[in-house]
Design a protein around this ligand. Structure first.
Ligand SMILES: CC(C)(COP(=O)(O)OP(=O)(O)OC[C@H]1O[C@@H](n2cnc3c(N)ncnc32)[C@H](O)[C@@H]1OP(=O)(O)O)[C@@H](O)C(=O)NCCC(=O)NCCS
Length: 243
């Protein structure tokens, strides 16, 4: 008897409502479109995530390696109930966020990756995925962890997250924090901003294709200098130098 192993291994997603696209005006006046993507656009993201895998500063290495793995597994139907939102400025990729539906009451925040610094694009993209969990998936709480001190400032401090340390988070088993519906509602209008519908020309430009980030985080130009100045505690800059 032949067995179709792919049918057993392939994840079958729970049918869920989609995230309606939104537009956020950044501090400099530029409109940023946040929209959900399907599997077919994931290959357009992967090279930009891969480019950050050896970028130690601000934990871009850990986060981008994990995001790469999550996106690839989702693309190849090996990740249960994952969604992906992208933020684009004039078509150019500025942030990626993803998460997971766990059950009708609980969502799991996976990652936030900012590809343009200094404009709070990461903060806005994170707020959009929380909006997806509470306003569209109608969940009661989202479990969150931070890999970087900036992430800790952005999520734990700014939203005043509650500890759920008894629950190991899916990201490495770290102690979880929770954004509850009450905390989310308290952040409306301050941390949660933006409007709908997205003007047709902006949405058309965003949907036409994901263009490369205009000013992505860059590794130091001289890896040896980085080694000397930071004492290369992990040896990664020496490894990168030899590549
Ligand atoms: C965490 C993250 C999503 C936040 O994105 P963001 O809201 O757009 O914020 P930025 O990264 O632009 O800025 C954060 C801080 O870095 C500093 N910063 C701004 N421009 C910078 C630049 N070009 N280079 C380095 N640091 C910069 C600012 O001081 C800012 O401080 P603030 O909190 O006082 O505003 C983003 O920093 C990121 O992707 N980090 C790497 C991955 C990560 O840690 N993800 C979250 C996992 S929990």
């Amino acid at each position: 008897m032949s067995v179709d192993v792919e049918k057993i291994l392939r994840t079958v997603d729970t049918p869920l409502p989609s995230f309606p696209p939104k537009v956020i005006t950044l501090a400099g006046g530029e409109p940023m479109v946040v929209r959900q993507i399907d599997r077919d656009e994931i290959p357009d993201l992967l090279p930009h995530v891969e480019a950050l895998i050896h970028h130690e500063r601000d934990f871009y290495d850990v986060v981008s390696a994990r995001v790469y793995s999550e996106l690839l597994a989702h693309y190849r139907n090996r990740y249960q109930d994952q969604y992906v939102l992208v933020a684009q400025i004039d078509g150019h990729l500025s942030a990626i966020v993803n998460g997971r539906w766990v059950n009708p009451d609980q969502g799991m925040s996976l990652h936030t990756l900012g590809l343009r610094r200094g404009l709070r694009v990461g903060a806005h993209a994170f707020a959009s995925k929380m909006e997806y969990h509470f306003d569209f998936l109608k969940q009661k709480e989202v479990l969150i962890v931070a890999e970087s001190p900036i992430g800790f400032r952005r999520w734990m401090i700014e939203y005043k997250l509650e500890k759920r340390f008894q629950i190991p988070h899916e990201l490495g088993g770290c102690p979880s924090w929770s954004l509850t519906k009450e905390l989310f509602d308290a952040a409306r209008g301050s941390l949660i901003v933006g409007s709908r519908p997205v003007p047709a020309d902006l949405l058309k430009k965003a949907e036409a294709g994901i263009l490369e980030p205009t000013d992505p985080p860059k590794p130091p130009a001289d890896f040896l200098a980085a080694t000397r100045s930071q004492y290369d505690s992990t040896g990664k800059s020496r490894i990168a130098e030899k590549r």
